[in-house]
Design a protein around this ligand. Structure first.
Ligand code: AMP
Ligand code: GLY
Length: 423
């Protein structure tokens, strides 16, 4: 079977790594891929922002299965396009992807289906913002409706600040079209949890839960990023909580989407806040998370191709995945300046030594390769991922690997999984 993976980040590197382990896979392509992915897949130039470009790649390669990594092509309707041509493709349609691509759609959907989420108001103008602000107590959260690559959420300490942020979003100055509508939201406190399931439009198969670290700095300081690290352990949630999240969040979402005529197939990523009032949905993504996918796939013992095919063919079942009882952690090494402006093209050293550490796999997020060397080519550069019998060992391996790797300006958080280690 020939498999095509669309995307170019650490998540896609982990997908390529895992899919290659399937006895069913004979050849794997990645479009566009990156320097590290090119060691494990044939990379083909492509623009993930252009359906024409992705159709051209698939026409050239003739894959038996296409797996979509990022949200942008899903928003453009890549699954609708590929499926209408008879190409087997894993992921939600454009209509189903609205759960991620429109926060106002997601909030109204959650309310219609009585799935727990923070109180909110949807505003299309500053008049609506000013009226709605009366109903909130600071701090409060201001969100751009559309896709904003992690930059569309601001926690405002005062109502004045919330109004200023909302005004910048609505004017289009801050995020363009994505901010043409905003969602004001009650601020929730608790631990965040990433709970992902694979669905066939009707049934769901949960993946092991993970925790992301969204802020750039130690102790959750500084601005939001795409994710600076993630971990998963067998005890991150217990079986009772997993079943609760399946029964009260994942299944109702899938049933609700089907009832509304937008069947959800693919990966449903539920971003949750574990509050004193119980779990609440912060957001949905309609794809694998990055960097959660890296440690999650290191714990997956079953064949990912089988689970993907079950989703496409409408025969997903609860037991589609088998998991190792090990823990796994991913530590993101980022370019100097990230999540702000950064320079690319810095030479990366120490990758060979890192790869020798037991249980370590370095996934590339933003690299290019030339003349046998690797260079930085993105904000998030590497996802050093380690698997071990327990979390302290996995964390220790990841940080030992990080200490061997370097490039000009490299930075990473020193406290990935630290809260779990203290417990
Ligand atoms: P989102 O893109 O909606 O997941 O928001 C990005 C990040 O902002 C989340 O991962 C949280 O860390 C934070 N966040 C979003 N909504 C809330 C909320 N209602 N209360 C507290 N933090 C939030
Ligand atoms: N790690 C958060 C995301 O993938 O959106």
């Amino acid at each position: 079977m020939k498999v095509l993976v669309i995307g170019s980040g650490g998540r896609e590197h982990a997908l390529v790594w895992k899919l290659r382990q399937s006895s069913r896979v004979t050849k794997i392509y990645c479009a566009p891929g990156n320097g590290g992915i090119a060691e494990e897949a044939e990379c083909i130039a492509a623009d993930v922002k252009s359906l024409e470009s992705l159709i051209a790649v698939a026409s050239q390669v003739g894959p038996d299965l296409t797996v979509i990594g990022p949200e942008l092509p899903l928003m453009l309707g890549v699954v609708d396009e590929f499926t209408s041509r008879g190409w087997r493709t894993f992921g939600p349609t454009k209509a189903a992807a609205q759960l991620e691509t429109s926060k106002s759609f997601a909030k109204e959907f959650l309310q219609r289906h009585r799935i727990p989420t923070a109180h909110y108001a949807i505003c299309n103008s500053m008049d609506e913002v000013r009226d709605s602000l009366h109903h909130f107590h600071p701090p409060l959260v201001v969100k751009a409706d559309g896709l904003a690559a992690g930059k569309g959420v601001v926690i405002a300490q005062t109502k004045d600040e919330a109004a200023t942020v909302a005004s910048e979003m609505l004017s289009g100055k801050m995020l363009g079209e994505a901010g043409a509508r905003v969602v004001l939201e009650e601020f929730l406190q608790g631990d965040e949890l990433s709970f992902l399931v694979v669905s066939d439009g009707e049934r769901v198969a949960p993946l092991v839960a993970a925790q992301d670290h969204k802020r750039v700095g130690d102790g959750d300081s500084g601005p939001n990023t795409g994710g600076m690290g993630a971990y998963t352990t067998p005890t991150i949630i217990d079986d009772q909580m997993r079943d609760w999240l399946v029964n009260h969040v994942a299944r109702p979402v899938v049933a609700g989407m089907k009832a509304e005529g937008a069947e959800f197939k693919g990966v449903l990523y539920c971003g949750l806040m574990m509050t004193a009032r119980g779990p609440m949905v912060l957001e949905f993504n309609c794809r694998f998370g990055d960097p959660e996918t890296q440690p999650i796939l290191m714990r997956m013992e079953s064949d990912l191709v089988e689970a993907i095919e079950a989703s496409i063919d409408g025969r997903t079942s609860d037991g589609d995945f088998k998991w190792s009882s090990d823990s796994a952690v991913c530590l993101v090494v980022a370019s100097g300046g990230y999540p702000g402006a950064y320079e690319a093209g810095k030479k990366i050293i120490g990758l060979e030594q890192a790869a020798k550490i037991d249980g370590v796999k370095v996934f590339h997020s933003g690299t290019s390769s030339r003349e046998g060397g690797f260079y930085t080519a993105g904000g998030r550069v590497l996802g050093i991922t380690a698997r071990a019998g327990n979390l302290p060992q996995a964390v220790d391996s990841a940080y030992r690997a990080a200490s061997t790797i370097g490039f000009d300006g490299a930075h990473y958080r020193k406290d990935i999984a630290a809260r779990a280690l203290k417990r």
